[in-house]
Design a protein around this ligand. Structure first.
Ligand code: 5AD
Ligand code: FES
Length: 343
């Protein structure tokens, strides 16, 4: 039995096996098995999520992130409720049935305002899923958003190694709190997304091994991974970016460990390689998340440098993606794209 077959059969991986695959061994076979698993469950469908980056104000100061509060150079913006609803309207017209509200931890957006927003979107588009990606909140806040109609929540854990976590974040943030948020979200009933950056400063095979074990334990519905890309106005602005190969290998491994997981080919992957997202889809990913934010604000949501699609309208991106996805034999579908539960 090859190492890849063993990982697929056990839905588990050892540190040695992870090292072996990250060294590039059995790379083609790994992708082939990941694609087979993905197609067994999701066929050739690619789900889309409309991303609305509605505020770049953030109270946090993560060392890698361009919208950290310590970045005094970027221009801050926030979309109004009407602006956000207009994005949803355009997205709906284009075939989106999931809206992801992503933003920094912006205190202007109180729980009441977030709940109001969710309620308005759900009232206008009852057939759509609403996903939140607004960071660490109390259990009570998460419960309130869920009651208001939110379906899903994305909160990347960033790294499952407590020491590594400390080197990426200021003192006031902790892995313990991050994990507690994720378990609360799951317990409340959200479809939950975790994830991490590939090639973040200080990452090692050992920390990645912990990521794999944490993902198995949490068993989230979604896992978002993309390469770390330095942002020039952050303390990590001179660090090296993560690589396509490593990202693609990890996507395939995650597909084998969590066969049913929703796995996006991320914008960051498309940023470090012109066909990065295609490579991700050909390694087991099954979701893409184009931007629905108004074009005038896109450049300002600069979490990392040279982000793609800042000059395109939502309609242009969806056309572009339909072609790209079609070229590799997959097709974009216009439904909510929920997690498929096993029989
Ligand atoms: N490079 C790549 N990804 C980043 N993120 C934040 N900063 C960067 C960066 N410099 C990711 C984090 C966060 C998500 C919204 O974006 O993983 O959870
Ligand atoms: Fe935005 Fe291709 S997806 S231009």
């Amino acid at each position: 039995m090859s190492i890849v077959d063993e990982i697929e059969a056990k839905q588990n991986i050892t540190l040695e096996q992870l090292q072996y695959l990250l060294d590039g061994n059995e790379a083609d076979y790994l992708k082939q098995r990941a694609v087979a698993v993905r197609e067994r469950i999701y066929g050739k469908d690619v789900y889309i999520r409309g991303l609305i980056e509605f505020t770049n104000y953030c109270r946090n100061n993560c060392y890698y992130c361009g919208i950290r509060r310590g970045n005094k150079i970027i221009e801050r913006y926030r979309l109004s409720q009407e602006g956000i609803l207009a994005c949803c309207g355009e997205g709906y017209r284009l075939g989106f049935r999931t809206f992801v509200l992503q933003g920094g931890e912006d205190e202007y957006y109180t729980d009441d305002r977030i709940c109001q927003l969710i309620g308005d979107i759900k009232a206008s588009y009852p057939d759509c899923a609403v996903t939140l990606s607004i960071g660490e909140k109390s259990r009570g806040s998460y419960e309130a958003y869920f009651k208001a109609g939110a379906d899903r929540y994305l909160l990347r854990h960033e790294t499952a190694d407590a020491g590594h976590y400390k080197t990426l974040h200021p003192r006031e943030m902790s892995l313990t709190n991050r994990k507690e948020c994720l378990y609360n979200l799951k317990d409340i009933g959200y479809q939950v997304g975790a994830g991490f950056m590939v090639g973040s400063p200080g990452q090692s095979v050992a920390t990645l091994y912990e990521d794999m074990q944490f993902l198995r334990e949490l068993n989230p519905h979604m896992v978002g991974i993309g390469p770390f890309i330095p942002q020039h106005d952050t303390p990590m602005g001179d660090k090296a970016a993560g690589t396509v190969d490593m990202t693609v290998t990890l996507l395939s491994i995650i597909r084998l460990l969590l066969p049913r997981v929703l796995l996006p080919a991320t914008t960051a992957l498309g940023t470090i390689d012109p066909i990065g997202r295609e490579k991700g889809l050909q390694a087991g990913a099954n979701v893409v998340m184009p931007n629905l934010s108004p074009r005038e604000f896109r450049e300002k949501y600069a979490i990392y440098d040279k982000k793609i699609c800042t000059g395109e309208e939502a309609a242009e991106c969806i056309e572009c993606l339909k072609k790209r996805v079609g070229n590799i034999g997959y097709s974009i579908v216009c439904d909510r794209g929920d997690y498929k539960v096993g029989e």
